[in-house]
Design a protein around this ligand. Structure first.
Ligand code: ADP
Ligand code: MG
Length: 728
């Protein structure tokens, strides 16, 4: 294979398509066998303990420490029966992944002999050192202790030989240091606010759940090729590389047959996920070559998010068994599609009603319209906050690129729903409605499900699309913890619903009938939030101009976006509601600035090293072969050679030009970095990296990619796009 220039690859070819041992059992037989689920709890817990745990799960309250010993005993027996020898509190620090500190079940018993120990106190709490996790200045250096505490609403599970207990992570002083703590609070806030509004319609509604169905996009790259790319290994993306002559132009990868080696990996991954009780369901090829997607059946947000984080880990591990590396970066390759993680999100009641699904009768549809318009208003007011939770150093390369949602937040509704909202604006007024008007309006609303059934127009360019019975937030990055986006959206909607109820109650107090008050408020929300509603092509330049006219923000700078985490609006949504304290929110913004600076710094360093140690020497080596060729030609042909070596001389000159610019730009990038590093204040430093360091990357890349096109293929030191994207 002439195009494969890397020995590691040859070795890996041997390992290609390992013989998979499929479980002989069928999915229902092994589904969830590695989680301490209802079935396991029934078997391993005493009945009274089981009942108390179930009650705690339903209420969201922590379990009573008195029963913790009982739970721990059952959990330990179950875990040991399933091969576990260690346990860990599994938590979500403000980094990209999850963290765990393993402790063995072993201890000395009273007689000095070794016993297997795991008590209530071990289950309920662990004390990892918090000092090595991002905390945004919350943790004073003299107090490094952090606490993790069991999140009863997410079941424990076993990975390898370790029992993992999902936990929240807080500092000694009680400040949240993770993604889970505010998420749980936001879910609680939206539950309460939504129940209060549902009470206008149905007194039986006592609980509102928030649901998430994520769609995880990823790339697979051969492990041998990956190892030969320092940029992929250290930054998760290619910092250099000329696009492959064939990439995704023919659109022949999307939904195409899954390559066999990939299919075997996917099946292995699915089995492992299903054993962990993760309901993975859908898999397919994505648009770019070697890009794929995995999606489960939706679950309650907190559990769904734990499952997504777990899947990202499991994926990376399983891929290695198959000679692949998983790329979860949002934009591993320039010029082909990046990866996102669509967040399908909805709210549903304890009575089984999906609040984003049109109902069969006018009353149900008034409920639907109430929630729909409140979401619109929340997203309109919270566009900057929402973006601040998802725009970061890696996702910046995807948002606003042509295949991904722009950095403008807008909502797609579809023609039928739009017509419905228009008619409400037209027909409802603050004046008292006549009985005929009311009947006509209700009839119109009653017809909603009929017209929506056929609503198949699915706009793929919208960052926040209504898709029939849920919203799909598509701007979330592929490697993100969904908790950021889910905390923001649920908190924003909670805040909006509280305001809505206040306004409706005020109207009712003035003597307006309940239905009419609801209609009037819905109408007001439709009008007020109309700028956020856009059904057209979100990728077009016209939309950018139009959005600017509407006053929608289009922030592409990460540091500027982060600054929107701490605006008065953000504080109203997150702090006044008690989801985060002011200090915690400020600390989070600080952590985001820090992460941005560090990631940009690493990229700049890696790029500098590759360019100076790999690219420039290769260019000079090739240039030298050209020079010897020219000299040789002159030796052989004398003056006659002048015409014959004209092209070579031109090439020699070109290489010199590229190399000169590359060296100059690399030095300028180093100088800009030094200047940025000297700046006090992490927000100003982030701005300096954005404005002064990052732009050099583009200049360097341009010239390196030009060199790739002219230098001998055999000499080029990095695997090329055609190899990374097409070898499978
Ligand atoms: P598509 O790619 O067409 O958007 P997928 O089937 O890939 O659809 O993914 C859709 C995701 O949305 C799945 O995870 C699915 O379970 C989830 N989903 C479906 N209905 C809801 C809902 N009411 N609330 C939240 N998520 C949902
Ligand atoms: Mg989707």
């Amino acid at each position: 294979m002439a195009t494969l220039r890397f020995k590691a690859l040859g070795d890996l070819m041997e390992k290609k398509a390992p013989q998979m041992q499929w479980p002989e059992d069928r999915v229902p037989d092994f589904y969830g066998e590695l989680t301490f689920n209802d079935e396991a709890m029934k078997k391993y817990l005493q009945t009274s303990v089981y009942k108390q745990v179930k009650a705690a799960m339903a209420s969201g309250e922590p379990i009573d420490r008195k029963i913790a010993d009982g739970v721990a005993a059952g959990m330990k027996a179950w875990a040991i029966d399933h091969g576990a020898v260690h346990y860990t509190h599994w938590f979500q620090p403000l980094t990209d992944g999850t963290a765990e500190k393993h402790d063995g079940f072993i201890n000395y018993g009273p007689d000095g002999k070794v016993i297997e120990e795991f008590a209530g106190k071990h289950l309920a709490q662990q004390e990892p050192d918090a000092s090595s996790f991002p905390n945004g200045g919350i943790r004073a250096t003299f107090e490094a202790r952090g606490y993790t505490a069991w999140d009863v609403s997410s079941p424990a599970f076993i990975v390898g030989s370790t029992l993992c207990i999902p936990t929240i992570f807080i500092s000694y002083t009680g400040d949240a240091l993770d993604y889970k703590t505010p998420l749980l609070k936001a879910l609680h806030a939206v539950d309460k606010a939504a129940v209060d509004v549902c009470q206008y319609f149905d007194k039986n509604v006592t609980k509102v759940y928030s649901y998430l169905g994520w769609e995880q996009e990823y790339f697979l790259v051969d492990q041998g090729l990956y190892m030969a790319r320092p940029d992929l290994m250290l930054t998760g993306r290619t910092l250099l590389g000329n696009n492959s002559a064939k990439n995704q132009q023919l659109e022949d990868h999307y939904f195409a047959q899954i390559p066999e080696r990939v299919a075997i990996f996917m099946r292995d991954l699915e089995v492992q996920c299903q054993r962990l009780g993760i309901p993975v369901k859908t898999r397919h090829n994505e648009v770019a070559p070697n890009q794929f997607e995995l999606a489960p059946i939706y679950e309650e947000v907190n559990l769904a998010n734990d499952h997504n984080l777990l899947v990202m880990d499991v994926m990376k591990r399983i891929a290695k068994h198959h000679g692949f590396e998983v790329l979860l970066h949002e934009k591993p390759f320039a010029g082909v599609n990046g990866s996102g993680k669509h967040n399908n999100w909805s709210l549903g009641t304890n009575t089984g009603v999906n609040l984003f699904a049109p109902a069969k009768n006018p009353k149900g549809n008034l409920l639907f319209l109430t929630f729909l318009t409140n979401v619109m208003a929340a997203v309109y007011k919270g566009q900057d906050l929402l973006r601040s939770m998802i725009l970061n150093s890696s996702n910046q390369h995807r948002l606003g690129a042509n295949e991904a949602p722009p950095s403008i937040i807008s909502i797609f509704l579809g023609t039928q729903l739009t017509a419905m909202l228009d008619s409400i604006v037209e027909k409802v007024s603050d004046a008292k409605m006549t009985p005929e008007e009311k009947t006509a309006l209700k009839l119109g609303i009653g017809r909603l499900p009929e017209i929506l059934v056929d609503n198949t127009d699915r706009n793929r360019t919208s960052p926040f699309a209504f898709t029939g019975d849920r919203f799909e937030f598509r701007a979330v990055g592929s490697q993100a913890n969904c908790a950021g986006a889910m905390t923001a959206i649920n908190a924003m909607v909670a805040e909006q619903l509280v305001e809505f109820k206040k306004n409706v109650d005020a109207l009712i107090a003035k003597g307006v009938k309940k239905d009419e008050a609801l209609f009037q408020e819905i109408r007001r929300l439709i009008i007020e939030s109309s700028p956020i509603h856009f059904d057209g092509n979100g990728y077009s330049d016209e939309w950018k101009a139009e959005a600017a006219k509407r006053g929608l923000s289009n922030i592409t700078s990460v540091p500027e976006s982060i600054s929107k985490m701490v605006t008065p609006h953000a504080k109203k949504v997150l702090v006044e509601s008690g989801i985060l304290t002011d200090r915690e929110l400020e600390a989070r913004a600080e952590v985001e600035y820090e992460k941005y600076v560090l990631k940009e710094q690493i990229e700049a360093r890696v790029m500098g090293e590759i360019v100076i140690n790999h690219i420039v020497p290769t260019a000079l080596k090739y240039q030298n072969t050209l020079i010897s060729n020219v000299k040789g030609m002159k030796d052989v042909f004398g003056a006659e050679a002048d015409a014959m070596v004209e092209n070579e001389k031109e090439l020699i000159r070109k290489i010199s030009e590229h190399v000169t610019i590359i060296r100059k730009e690399t030095q300028a990038m180093i100088d800009a970095r030094k200047a940025a590093n000297a700046i006090d204040g992490v927000d100003a430093k982030a701005v300096a990296y954005h404005d002064n360091v990052h732009p050099h990357q583009d200049a360097i890349r341009y010239h390196v990619d030009k060199l790739e096109l002219i230098i001998d293929n055999e000499m080029w030191p990095l695997p090329k796009y055609r190899e990374l994207l097409f070898f499978r």
